[in-house]
Ligand binder design. Structure first.
Ligand SMILES: *Cc1c(COP(=O)(O)O)cnc(C)c1O
Length: 372
Protein backbone atom coordinates (compact mmCIF):
# COMPACT_ATOMS: atom_id res chain seq x y z
CA UNK A 1 0.00 0.00 0.00
CA UNK A 2 2.95 2.30 0.67
CA UNK A 3 6.56 2.46 -0.48
CA UNK A 4 8.50 4.06 2.34
CA UNK A 5 11.82 2.57 1.25
CA UNK A 6 11.98 4.43 -2.07
CA UNK A 7 10.79 7.61 -0.38
CA UNK A 8 13.57 7.30 2.21
CA UNK A 9 16.22 6.67 -0.44
CA UNK A 10 15.38 10.02 -2.04
CA UNK A 11 15.94 11.97 1.19
CA UNK A 12 18.51 9.64 2.73
CA UNK A 13 21.42 12.08 2.90
CA UNK A 14 19.29 14.79 4.56
CA UNK A 15 17.67 12.39 7.01
CA UNK A 16 20.88 10.59 7.88
CA UNK A 17 22.67 13.85 8.61
CA UNK A 18 19.83 15.14 10.78
CA UNK A 19 19.45 11.94 12.79
CA UNK A 20 23.23 11.60 13.22
CA UNK A 21 23.12 15.12 14.60
CA UNK A 22 20.64 14.03 17.27
CA UNK A 23 22.74 10.96 18.12
CA UNK A 24 25.78 13.21 18.51
CA UNK A 25 23.93 15.69 20.71
CA UNK A 26 22.37 12.97 22.91
CA UNK A 27 19.38 15.28 23.46
CA UNK A 28 16.87 12.57 22.79
CA UNK A 29 13.87 13.99 24.66
CA UNK A 30 12.58 17.54 24.23
CA UNK A 31 15.73 18.53 22.40
CA UNK A 32 16.00 21.49 20.02
CA UNK A 33 14.77 19.39 17.05
CA UNK A 34 11.38 19.03 18.75
CA UNK A 35 11.12 22.79 19.36
CA UNK A 36 12.12 23.57 15.76
CA UNK A 37 9.65 21.07 14.37
CA UNK A 38 6.90 22.50 16.55
CA UNK A 39 7.56 26.01 15.23
CA UNK A 40 7.77 24.86 11.61
CA UNK A 41 4.51 22.95 11.86
CA UNK A 42 2.80 25.95 13.50
CA UNK A 43 3.87 28.02 10.51
CA UNK A 44 2.88 25.39 7.97
CA UNK A 45 -0.62 24.99 9.42
CA UNK A 46 -0.96 28.63 10.43
CA UNK A 47 -1.97 27.64 13.94
CA UNK A 48 -0.85 29.29 17.16
CA UNK A 49 0.15 26.20 19.14
CA UNK A 50 1.45 22.78 18.15
CA UNK A 51 1.97 20.34 21.00
CA UNK A 52 3.98 17.32 19.87
CA UNK A 53 3.13 14.01 21.54
CA UNK A 54 3.79 10.28 21.25
CA UNK A 55 1.14 9.21 18.72
CA UNK A 56 -2.20 10.14 17.20
CA UNK A 57 -4.24 8.17 19.71
CA UNK A 58 -2.62 10.02 22.62
CA UNK A 59 -3.26 13.28 20.78
CA UNK A 60 -7.00 12.52 20.83
CA UNK A 61 -6.90 11.40 24.45
CA UNK A 62 -4.99 14.48 25.64
CA UNK A 63 -7.37 16.74 23.72
CA UNK A 64 -10.37 15.19 25.45
CA UNK A 65 -8.62 15.25 28.85
CA UNK A 66 -8.06 18.99 28.49
CA UNK A 67 -11.79 19.62 28.15
CA UNK A 68 -12.50 18.61 31.75
CA UNK A 69 -15.45 16.42 30.83
CA UNK A 70 -17.34 14.26 33.33
CA UNK A 71 -18.12 10.55 32.98
CA UNK A 72 -21.28 10.18 30.94
CA UNK A 73 -20.73 13.33 28.91
CA UNK A 74 -21.39 12.56 25.27
CA UNK A 75 -18.90 12.79 22.43
CA UNK A 76 -20.21 12.42 18.89
CA UNK A 77 -18.02 10.82 16.27
CA UNK A 78 -18.14 8.88 13.05
CA UNK A 79 -19.08 5.21 12.79
CA UNK A 80 -16.79 4.81 9.78
CA UNK A 81 -13.25 5.45 10.99
CA UNK A 82 -10.22 3.92 12.61
CA UNK A 83 -10.85 2.57 16.13
CA UNK A 84 -8.62 5.08 17.96
CA UNK A 85 -11.20 7.83 17.72
CA UNK A 86 -13.88 5.95 19.65
CA UNK A 87 -11.44 4.08 21.88
CA UNK A 88 -10.20 7.19 23.70
CA UNK A 89 -13.78 8.34 24.36
CA UNK A 90 -14.47 5.07 26.14
CA UNK A 91 -11.15 5.07 28.02
CA UNK A 92 -12.05 8.41 29.59
CA UNK A 93 -15.47 7.01 30.61
CA UNK A 94 -17.21 9.40 28.27
CA UNK A 95 -20.11 8.14 26.19
CA UNK A 96 -19.33 7.61 22.51
CA UNK A 97 -22.24 8.60 20.31
CA UNK A 98 -21.50 7.06 16.94
CA UNK A 99 -23.28 8.54 13.96
CA UNK A 100 -23.58 7.69 10.29
CA UNK A 101 -21.51 9.26 7.53
CA UNK A 102 -22.07 11.07 4.28
CA UNK A 103 -22.33 8.76 1.31
CA UNK A 104 -20.11 10.85 -0.99
CA UNK A 105 -17.28 12.03 1.28
CA UNK A 106 -17.17 9.17 3.85
CA UNK A 107 -17.11 11.94 6.49
CA UNK A 108 -19.44 12.48 9.44
CA UNK A 109 -22.99 13.35 8.37
CA UNK A 110 -24.23 16.79 9.38
CA UNK A 111 -27.84 15.56 9.56
CA UNK A 112 -26.79 12.68 11.77
CA UNK A 113 -24.89 15.04 14.10
CA UNK A 114 -27.94 17.26 14.42
CA UNK A 115 -30.15 14.31 15.33
CA UNK A 116 -27.63 13.04 17.91
CA UNK A 117 -27.18 16.24 19.91
CA UNK A 118 -28.53 16.17 23.47
CA UNK A 119 -27.91 18.44 26.47
CA UNK A 120 -25.07 16.06 27.40
CA UNK A 121 -23.19 16.51 24.11
CA UNK A 122 -19.89 18.15 24.99
CA UNK A 123 -17.67 17.44 22.00
CA UNK A 124 -17.72 16.29 18.40
CA UNK A 125 -14.77 14.58 16.74
CA UNK A 126 -15.03 14.90 12.96
CA UNK A 127 -12.52 12.62 11.26
CA UNK A 128 -11.19 13.90 7.94
CA UNK A 129 -11.29 10.46 6.44
CA UNK A 130 -8.94 9.32 3.68
CA UNK A 131 -7.53 12.86 3.40
CA UNK A 132 -10.64 14.92 2.74
CA UNK A 133 -11.75 17.58 5.27
CA UNK A 134 -15.23 17.21 6.75
CA UNK A 135 -17.89 19.89 6.28
CA UNK A 136 -16.26 22.17 8.85
CA UNK A 137 -18.41 25.21 8.17
CA UNK A 138 -21.58 23.35 9.17
CA UNK A 139 -19.80 21.65 12.07
CA UNK A 140 -18.51 24.94 13.50
CA UNK A 141 -22.00 26.45 13.23
CA UNK A 142 -23.43 23.52 15.18
CA UNK A 143 -20.65 23.90 17.75
CA UNK A 144 -21.36 27.57 18.26
CA UNK A 145 -25.11 27.16 18.49
CA UNK A 146 -24.83 24.37 21.06
CA UNK A 147 -21.66 25.32 22.95
CA UNK A 148 -19.85 22.15 21.88
CA UNK A 149 -16.09 21.69 21.47
CA UNK A 150 -14.77 20.44 18.14
CA UNK A 151 -11.73 18.15 18.04
CA UNK A 152 -10.68 17.50 14.44
CA UNK A 153 -9.02 14.13 13.90
CA UNK A 154 -6.56 15.09 11.17
CA UNK A 155 -4.51 11.86 11.29
CA UNK A 156 -5.30 11.18 7.62
CA UNK A 157 -5.49 14.73 6.30
CA UNK A 158 -2.50 16.80 7.31
CA UNK A 159 -1.91 19.50 4.71
CA UNK A 160 -5.50 19.43 3.41
CA UNK A 161 -7.24 22.79 3.05
CA UNK A 162 -10.80 23.90 3.60
CA UNK A 163 -12.37 27.04 2.15
CA UNK A 164 -15.33 28.68 3.90
CA UNK A 165 -18.20 30.35 2.04
CA UNK A 166 -16.67 33.75 2.89
CA UNK A 167 -13.58 32.77 0.90
CA UNK A 168 -11.33 32.16 3.91
CA UNK A 169 -9.09 29.10 3.59
CA UNK A 170 -7.69 27.20 6.58
CA UNK A 171 -5.71 24.02 7.12
CA UNK A 172 -7.55 20.94 8.29
CA UNK A 173 -6.84 20.61 12.00
CA UNK A 174 -6.59 24.36 12.52
CA UNK A 175 -10.32 25.05 12.23
CA UNK A 176 -11.89 23.40 15.30
CA UNK A 177 -11.02 24.24 18.91
CA UNK A 178 -8.44 21.46 18.82
CA UNK A 179 -6.90 19.41 16.01
CA UNK A 180 -4.96 16.17 16.35
CA UNK A 181 -2.72 14.20 14.04
CA UNK A 182 -0.56 11.10 13.79
CA UNK A 183 2.92 10.70 12.37
CA UNK A 184 2.63 6.90 12.07
CA UNK A 185 5.02 5.91 9.24
CA UNK A 186 2.32 5.33 6.62
CA UNK A 187 0.45 8.58 7.33
CA UNK A 188 0.91 11.46 4.86
CA UNK A 189 3.51 13.03 7.15
CA UNK A 190 5.05 9.95 8.73
CA UNK A 191 8.10 9.57 10.95
CA UNK A 192 10.29 6.49 11.51
CA UNK A 193 8.32 5.19 14.45
CA UNK A 194 5.40 6.59 16.42
CA UNK A 195 4.59 10.26 16.75
CA UNK A 196 1.68 12.67 16.96
CA UNK A 197 0.69 16.25 17.61
CA UNK A 198 -2.13 18.44 18.87
CA UNK A 199 -3.00 21.87 17.45
CA UNK A 200 -4.95 24.78 18.90
CA UNK A 201 -5.35 28.53 18.64
CA UNK A 202 -6.59 28.68 22.24
CA UNK A 203 -3.87 29.72 24.74
CA UNK A 204 -5.63 28.23 27.72
CA UNK A 205 -6.20 24.82 26.10
CA UNK A 206 -2.62 24.85 24.81
CA UNK A 207 -1.23 25.38 28.31
CA UNK A 208 -3.40 22.56 29.70
CA UNK A 209 -2.43 20.14 26.94
CA UNK A 210 1.29 20.95 27.25
CA UNK A 211 0.99 20.13 30.92
CA UNK A 212 -1.05 16.94 30.35
CA UNK A 213 1.49 15.43 27.92
CA UNK A 214 4.10 15.98 30.63
CA UNK A 215 2.44 14.27 33.64
CA UNK A 216 0.20 17.25 34.35
CA UNK A 217 3.19 19.25 35.48
CA UNK A 218 3.11 23.05 35.68
CA UNK A 219 6.19 24.40 37.39
CA UNK A 220 8.79 21.64 37.51
CA UNK A 221 7.77 18.91 39.97
CA UNK A 222 4.49 20.62 40.83
CA UNK A 223 1.55 18.71 39.42
CA UNK A 224 -1.61 20.64 38.62
CA UNK A 225 -3.71 17.87 37.11
CA UNK A 226 -3.58 14.23 36.10
CA UNK A 227 -1.46 13.83 33.03
CA UNK A 228 0.25 11.20 30.95
CA UNK A 229 3.72 10.68 29.52
CA UNK A 230 3.39 11.39 25.83
CA UNK A 231 6.41 12.80 24.02
CA UNK A 232 7.67 13.04 20.50
CA UNK A 233 11.34 12.13 20.60
CA UNK A 234 14.07 14.19 19.00
CA UNK A 235 15.06 11.59 16.39
CA UNK A 236 11.49 11.55 15.07
CA UNK A 237 11.31 15.34 15.13
CA UNK A 238 14.50 15.52 13.06
CA UNK A 239 12.97 13.18 10.45
CA UNK A 240 9.68 15.08 10.49
CA UNK A 241 11.40 18.44 9.90
CA UNK A 242 12.85 17.09 6.68
CA UNK A 243 9.66 15.41 5.56
CA UNK A 244 7.59 18.52 6.37
CA UNK A 245 9.80 20.34 3.87
CA UNK A 246 8.65 17.83 1.24
CA UNK A 247 5.01 17.57 2.35
CA UNK A 248 3.51 19.71 -0.42
CA UNK A 249 5.42 17.74 -3.02
CA UNK A 250 4.26 14.47 -1.40
CA UNK A 251 0.66 15.67 -1.46
CA UNK A 252 0.99 16.61 -5.15
CA UNK A 253 2.35 13.11 -5.93
CA UNK A 254 -0.62 11.50 -4.17
CA UNK A 255 -3.07 13.77 -5.98
CA UNK A 256 -1.46 12.91 -9.30
CA UNK A 257 -1.78 9.18 -8.63
CA UNK A 258 -5.41 9.71 -7.56
CA UNK A 259 -6.14 11.61 -10.78
CA UNK A 260 -4.67 8.71 -12.79
CA UNK A 261 -6.92 6.19 -11.03
CA UNK A 262 -9.98 8.40 -11.39
CA UNK A 263 -9.33 8.96 -15.05
CA UNK A 264 -9.14 5.20 -15.55
CA UNK A 265 -12.16 4.18 -13.46
CA UNK A 266 -14.57 7.08 -13.93
CA UNK A 267 -16.40 5.59 -16.91
CA UNK A 268 -16.45 2.01 -15.75
CA UNK A 269 -19.98 0.83 -15.02
CA UNK A 270 -20.66 0.22 -11.34
CA UNK A 271 -17.46 1.85 -10.11
CA UNK A 272 -17.68 5.09 -8.14
CA UNK A 273 -14.49 7.13 -7.93
CA UNK A 274 -13.82 9.40 -4.92
CA UNK A 275 -15.93 12.55 -4.74
CA UNK A 276 -14.01 15.72 -3.91
CA UNK A 277 -16.03 18.58 -2.42
CA UNK A 278 -15.52 21.81 -4.41
CA UNK A 279 -14.24 23.80 -1.40
CA UNK A 280 -11.52 21.42 -0.17
CA UNK A 281 -8.19 20.01 -1.20
CA UNK A 282 -8.12 16.23 -0.81
CA UNK A 283 -4.68 14.90 0.18
CA UNK A 284 -5.50 11.24 -0.58
CA UNK A 285 -4.25 9.34 2.40
CA UNK A 286 -6.27 6.57 0.79
CA UNK A 287 -7.72 6.16 -2.68
CA UNK A 288 -10.99 4.36 -2.11
CA UNK A 289 -13.42 3.13 -4.76
CA UNK A 290 -17.01 2.12 -4.15
CA UNK A 291 -18.03 -0.83 -6.26
CA UNK A 292 -21.61 -2.03 -6.14
CA UNK A 293 -21.89 -5.79 -5.61
CA UNK A 294 -18.12 -6.22 -5.23
CA UNK A 295 -16.85 -9.42 -3.67
CA UNK A 296 -14.25 -7.50 -1.67
CA UNK A 297 -12.30 -10.47 -0.43
CA UNK A 298 -12.16 -12.19 -3.82
CA UNK A 299 -10.99 -8.90 -5.28
CA UNK A 300 -8.32 -8.54 -2.62
CA UNK A 301 -7.16 -12.12 -3.25
CA UNK A 302 -7.04 -11.60 -7.01
CA UNK A 303 -5.04 -8.39 -6.67
CA UNK A 304 -2.71 -10.11 -4.21
CA UNK A 305 -2.09 -12.89 -6.72
CA UNK A 306 -0.88 -10.14 -9.10
CA UNK A 307 1.39 -8.70 -6.45
CA UNK A 308 -0.89 -5.74 -5.72
CA UNK A 309 -1.98 -4.93 -2.20
CA UNK A 310 -5.58 -3.73 -1.88
CA UNK A 311 -7.22 -3.01 1.45
CA UNK A 312 -10.72 -2.79 2.84
CA UNK A 313 -10.91 0.38 4.93
CA UNK A 314 -13.03 -0.35 6.92
CA UNK A 315 -14.60 -3.81 6.84
CA UNK A 316 -16.77 -3.46 9.95
CA UNK A 317 -18.69 -0.43 11.30
CA UNK A 318 -17.52 0.63 14.76
CA UNK A 319 -21.06 0.32 16.15
CA UNK A 320 -20.95 -3.44 15.55
CA UNK A 321 -17.58 -3.99 17.26
CA UNK A 322 -17.62 -6.01 20.46
CA UNK A 323 -15.37 -3.53 22.29
CA UNK A 324 -17.70 -0.55 21.99
CA UNK A 325 -20.99 -1.97 23.23
CA UNK A 326 -22.88 -2.80 20.04
CA UNK A 327 -26.08 -3.33 22.08
CA UNK A 328 -26.40 0.43 22.65
CA UNK A 329 -26.65 1.19 18.92
CA UNK A 330 -29.41 0.57 16.39
CA UNK A 331 -27.99 -1.08 13.28
CA UNK A 332 -30.51 0.66 11.01
CA UNK A 333 -29.24 4.09 12.15
CA UNK A 334 -26.08 3.42 10.14
CA UNK A 335 -27.43 2.61 6.71
CA UNK A 336 -24.61 4.32 4.83
CA UNK A 337 -21.73 2.98 6.89
CA UNK A 338 -23.24 -0.51 6.75
CA UNK A 339 -23.28 -0.29 2.98
CA UNK A 340 -19.88 1.34 2.57
CA UNK A 341 -18.19 -1.39 4.58
CA UNK A 342 -19.40 -3.86 1.94
CA UNK A 343 -18.52 -1.87 -1.17
CA UNK A 344 -15.20 -0.09 -0.52
CA UNK A 345 -11.79 -1.09 -1.77
CA UNK A 346 -8.62 1.00 -1.35
CA UNK A 347 -5.83 0.84 -3.91
CA UNK A 348 -2.11 1.40 -3.29
CA UNK A 349 -1.56 5.10 -2.55
CA UNK A 350 1.77 6.70 -1.81
CA UNK A 351 4.31 9.20 -3.08
CA UNK A 352 6.33 6.82 -5.25
CA UNK A 353 3.73 5.36 -7.63
CA UNK A 354 4.88 5.66 -11.24
CA UNK A 355 2.78 5.47 -14.42
CA UNK A 356 3.77 1.89 -15.06
CA UNK A 357 2.66 0.74 -11.61
CA UNK A 358 -0.56 2.71 -11.84
CA UNK A 359 -1.35 1.22 -15.26
CA UNK A 360 -0.64 -2.29 -13.95
CA UNK A 361 -2.94 -1.78 -10.95
CA UNK A 362 -5.74 -0.36 -13.14
CA UNK A 363 -5.47 -3.13 -15.73
CA UNK A 364 -5.66 -5.84 -13.12
CA UNK A 365 -8.59 -4.41 -11.21
CA UNK A 366 -10.44 -3.91 -14.50
CA UNK A 367 -9.72 -7.50 -15.43
CA UNK A 368 -11.17 -8.68 -12.12
CA UNK A 369 -14.30 -6.58 -12.65
CA UNK A 370 -14.77 -7.91 -16.18
CA UNK A 371 -14.59 -11.48 -14.93
CA UNK A 372 -17.05 -11.13 -12.13
C1 LIG B 1 -3.86 6.58 12.43
C2 LIG B 1 -5.08 7.17 13.02
C3 LIG B 1 -5.18 7.46 14.38
C4 LIG B 1 -4.19 7.01 15.40
O1 LIG B 1 -2.89 7.39 15.23
P1 LIG B 1 -1.69 6.55 15.92
O2 LIG B 1 -0.52 7.43 15.73
O3 LIG B 1 -1.59 5.26 15.21
O4 LIG B 1 -2.05 6.40 17.36
C5 LIG B 1 -6.32 8.11 14.83
N1 LIG B 1 -7.30 8.44 13.99
C6 LIG B 1 -7.26 8.17 12.68
C7 LIG B 1 -8.39 8.57 11.80
C8 LIG B 1 -6.16 7.51 12.15
O5 LIG B 1 -6.12 7.22 10.84
Amino acid sequence: MVDLVTQYEKIKSEVDAATQGVFGSAQFINGPEVKHFQKELEEYLDVKHVIPCANGTDALQVALMALGLKPGDEVITSDFTFAATVEVIGLLQLTPVLVDVDQDTFNISIDAIQKAITPKTKAIIPVHLFGQPSNMEAIMEIAEANNITIVEDTAQAIGAKYTFSNGETKSAGAIGHIGTTSFFPSKNLGCFGDGGAIFTNDDDLAEKMRSIVNHGMGVRYYYDRLGVNSRLDSVQAAVLRIKLGHLDEYIAARQKAAAYYTNHFKDIEGVETPYIAPNVSHVFHQYTLKIEGLDQFACQEFMKSKGIPAMIYYPMPLHTQKAYGPEQFKHEDFAITNKLCKTVISLPMHTELDQEQLAYICTNLTEFLNRS
